[in-house]
Design a protein around this ligand. Structure first.
Ligand SMILES: Nc1nc2c(ncn2[C@@H]2O[C@H](COP(=O)(O)OP(=O)(O)OP(=O)(O)O)[C@@H](O)[C@H]2O)c(=O)[nH]1
Ligand SMILES: [Mg+2]
Length: 407
């Protein structure tokens, strides 16, 4: 998989809302978590997983042998990169808190998990306050504003020199602007869309105002760094009403009631072998009651009743899955050497799972596996239908393919 890069997901939000708890629940990495602002300073990087049905079930195979990720009870968990950064607070772009420069670590992010404290138990600076005090709707607006200001700073840096060079050399403005923001890993089409939507495509670059930079950055963010809203601390009573309000206030964003803390507890208990729990499920099974203390048992009961049953899961797996599959529109594709046994050369069953853009062609997938496979691409075989697929056919989620190449 020499040319394959899993999606990079950034975890952003105000300070002290549960970003690192969410990161830890998704990666099982131990990171610092505490109820005070600015616990995280340097970014945490790790691997999380999206969940999808494993093709080995459809082929009635007893199991698969993932090279990366894992498979539990027919659910394949496919790696994505995660990054948890410091918190943003209002005024971060003017240097408040830890500022917004640390967001540069997320330049290459494909999408964001935007975490808010849905219970309203932290004020705008992340200090603990009684639940229900803070307004998470305003919190989302504040965060989006700070992200836009961060992007506006990147776009506007060295603008004087840039605009003179574009205007005197008669370079294509879109092309030049695309190159200028290339560090943000955005597509050319996103830059074009943002220019159009902000009404700036015909304006002379040297006459762009502060407001122009902001509206362009805001449109560029919408076109290139989509998000879902993780309404965290949903286990607290005061979250209920706020989650309804969040859904109403942001009809274009998906909002997931989430309890990162509950997910972390469940994954740790599953790792310790005391419960059986498949991330994303709405239930778990206690395997060995004798290993659990009374408080642990009552915590698990609380999680079952107040989190899992109420929201059909903790929201952690759901939000990551939705961001990758629904918002980024990725599909899982499983390349194999043997389209009957579904093995690679070493006999491993369904060893690899790639997250690629929905509708990708088999030839494009070949290129991700190895450039030579793409160069010599002849056709692919769909292991489900045993049909030949041409270079430009479109793959769908769960495709298992053998690539036939002349090289
Ligand atoms: N009730 C409840 N508390 C949570 C949940 N998730 C996190 N917390 C608590 O919120 C506090 C902050 O958690 P962190 O994960 O450190 O938050 P953060 O957003 O990374 O904070 P900074 O790194 O300081 O910006 C801790 O006391 C967590 O235990 C949750 O789902 N429910
Ligand atoms: Mg943190």
């Amino acid at each position: 998989m020499v040319n394959y890069q899993p999606p990079l997901i950034g975890i952003v939000g105000k300070t002290n809302v549960g970003k690192s708890t969410l990161f830890s629940a998704m990666t099982l990495a131990s990171v610092e978590i505490s109820n005070r602002p600015f616990t995280t300073i340097d970014p945490n990087k790790g691997i999380g997983y999206v969940r999808t049905r494993c093709p080995h079930v459809d082929f009635s195979l007893p199991k698969c042998d993932p090279r990366t990720g894992y498979c539990i009870k027919g659910n394949r968990f496919i790696p994505v990169e995660l990054m948890d950064v410091a918190g943003l607070i209002p005024g971060a772009h003017m240097g408040r808190g830890l500022g917004n420069k640390f967001m540069d670590d997320l330049r290459k992010a494909d999408a964001f998990l935007l975490v808010v404290d849905a219970s309203g138990s932290t004020d705008e600076n992340g200090n603990p306050v009684p639940p229900g005090t803070n307004d998470p709707v305003k919190e989302v607006k504040d965060i989006l504003y700070e992200i836009d200001m961060w992007m506006a700073r990147i776009v506007s840096s060295d603008w004087g020199k840039f605009s003179v060079s574009v205007e005197t050399s008669r370079k294509d403005f879109l092309e030049a602007l695309f190159e200028k923001v290339s560090g943000l890993s955005v597509k050319r089409s996103a830059v074009a869309e943002a220019l159009e939507r902000s009404g700036l495509s015909g304006k002379r670059p040297s006459s762009w105002s502060k407001e122009d930079f902001f509206s362009f950055a805001s449109e560029l963010r919408k076109a290139s760094k989509p998000h879902v809203i993780v309404a965290n601390k949903a286990d607290l009573q005061s979250s209920k009403e706020n989650i309804k309000r969040l859904k109403q206030a942001f009809p274009d964003s998906m909002v997931f009631p989430t309890s990162a803390e509950a997910e972390l507890a469940l994954r740790k208990a599953a790792k310790a072998g005391v419960i059986e729990y498949v991330p994303g499920d709405a239930e778990f099974k206690i395997l060995d009651q004798s290993k659990l203390s009374r408080p642990q048992l009552s915590a698990l009961k609380y999680i079952q009743e107040r989190v899992l049953s109420e929201n059909r899961g903790t929201g952690v797996q759901q939000s990551l899955n939705s961001l990758v599959f629904d918002v980024l529109r990725k599909i899982a594709v499983f390349p194999v050497e043997d389209p009957v046994k579904l093995t690679d050369k070493e006999g491993r069953v369904l060893p690899d799972a790639l997250l690629v853009d929905g509708g990708s062609s088999p030839k494009a997938v070949a290129g991700l596996v190895h450039s030579d496979l793409e160069k010599g691409f002849l056709y692919a075989i769909d292991a489900r239908t045993k049909q030949r697929l041409g270079a430009d056919s479109q793959l769908s989620n769960g495709a298992v393919i053998k690539i036939v190449s002349s090289i």
